[in-house]
Design a protein around this ligand. Structure first.
Ligand code: GDP
Length: 444
């Protein structure tokens, strides 16, 4: 998971600050030196790190400590605020024209960055918001690009406009807008050609498209795994072609995450979305404040709640929440909740968003391991309905019977009971997690 190492390091720095009663200027200085190292190791650009540390230092020294905060918390607060401002403070939306007016979105980026995939992800998002998108295949150079767009478009239920690979991308773009107009579609997403490296020809083609049709938004897709390269590419595209925002893909991978922290500060354009996987639903809106909390290990409860709301059956969730409140949460509900966690992208993706949950949740993490799920299910099915509804009656002889029924050792049953207790506790700690209303949702 991106930022894991940065997050660990920052948390260690803050832990050592917290252990001090009062902070001297020297304490702050040496802590910030470690923060600086951690950011550089996370591949944040040197210029950005320097500015960042300077800003935090200036604000920390001589800062009035706010009511209710100790000096260490005050430093953490300042680091958090500066991280948020580094990433652009506010969430930026893709700007769409009102009503049925056609918005043209041009996707740009290097080959392999994830442009074609992301174009289809965006189309799906727009469609779910009630827009009528059209995907236009303007990459006539990469042999499989058109077909890939067609396959992805079909999966999203979005029409793909193509004229083959013999017509110029400029003419395809023009014709796509005409097609949208005559077919009552209101967003045209142009999937343009990428190259392995930034080159003049690619830039010129994008400029020619921009010159010949009204492009409303130029969105650059960059691969987070390429670190500083992603930052340089953003700067170059912005200078030559002009971009409105960036989508950072593959943030689900093992990237150090520095690009997310450097792009806005370097090229001045915000990150709009992050690609979190290969599936067409793996696109998340970018919230600087939530990302900062995640980096600082304060969790990202808002994203978690939204994810839960999007994936969890509301009716079942409400029932479960009621049961939790009345302490009626039993093993059948546990099984159900594990299935729902699986739908949310797996337990580790959920856990990474929980504040301070890391080590406590290791047992639970293994519980939702696909292979172990089957074993757990077998144990739960070996319980009587009464036992499932009322786990507190599970005495040693009942556990022995359940173990025999499921064909496992009694220690496995004990482990399950322990995990169940932890799950019950965890779900109580995050109000609304099980699907209650009230989470702020991102808008398109
Ligand atoms: P393009 O050349 O820029 O159009 O790139 P593609 O859309 O063909 O993507 C290149 C590869 O990256 C494909 O295998 C995609 O499935 C993969 N990919 C795209 N976005 C993401 C993402 O957010 N996470 C991961 N893990 N893979 C991605």
């Amino acid at each position: 998971m991106a930022f894991e190492s940065l997050s660990d390091k920052l948390q260690n720095v803050f832990k050592s600050l917290r252990s001090k009663g009062r902070l001297t200027e020297g304490d702050v200085k040496s802590a910030l030196k470690e923060v600086k190292m951690a950011l550089l190791e996370a591949d944040v650009s040197f210029k950005v790190v320097k500015q960042f540390i300077k800003a935090v230092q200036e604000r920390s020294v001589g800062a009035d400590v706010m009511n209710g905060l100790n000096p260490a918390q005050m430093v953490i607060k300042i680091v958090n605020e500066e991280l948020v401002s580094l990433m652009g403070s506010d969430t930026t939306e893709i700007q769409l024209r009102p009503g049925n007016e056609i918005t043209v979105i041009m996707m740009a980026g290097l080959q392999g960055a994830g442009k074609t995939t992301t174009a289809a992800k965006i189309a799906g998002k727009l469609k779910s918001k009630g827009r009528k998108p059209l995907l236009a295949a303007c990459d006539i150079y990469r042999p499989a690009a058109i077909q890939q767009l067609q396959i992805n478009g079909e999966k999203q239920g979005v029409e793909v406009f193509t004229m083959g690979d013999k017509i110029s991308p400029v003419d395809i773009a023009k014709a796509a807008v005409e097609h949208a107009r005559s077919h009552n579609l209101n967003v045209v997403i142009l999937d343009t050609a990428g190259r392995l490296h930034v080159d003049e020809e690619m830039m010129d083609e994008l400029i020619r498209i921009k010159d010949s049709i009204q492009v409303d938004q130029t969105i650059l897709v960059v691969d987070a795994m390429t670190g500083q390269d992603a930052v340089n590419v953003s700067e170059m595209f912005n200078q030559k072609v002009g971009i409105d925002g960036v989508i950072l893909t593959k943030l689900d991978g093992d990237t150090r995450g520095g690009a997310a922290l450097s792009i806005k500060a370097t090229c001045g354009k915000p990150i709009l979305y992050t690609g979190m996987g290969e599936k067409l639903s793996d696109l998340e809106q970018f919230y600087p404040d939530r990302m900062a909390s995640r980096i600082l290990g304060m969790g990202d409860v808002m994203s978690l709640i939204e994810k839960a709301q999007a994936n969890i059956d509301e009716e079942k969730a409400r029932n479960m929440e009621q049961k939790l409140k009345k302490a009626q949460f039993g093993f059948d509900d546990y099984l159900e909740s594990m299935n729902q966690l699986k739908n949310m992208g797996g337990i580790s993706s959920v856990l990474s968003m929980m504040p301070g949950m890391g080590s406590k949740m290791k047992d639970l993490e293994s519980a939702v391991d696909e292979k172990k799920m089957a074993g757990i299910e077998a144990m739960i099915l070996s319980m009587t309905p009464k036992e499932r509804a009322n786990p507190d009656i599970l005495n040693p002889s009942r556990k022995k019977r359940i173990a025999a029924g499921a064909g496992v050792d009694i220690s496995e049953v004990n482990k399950l009971v322990k995990q169940f207790e932890q799950a019950r506790k965890m779900m109580k700690q995050v109000p609304g997690m099980m699907g209650g209303k009230g989470g702020k949702r991102g808008k398109f």
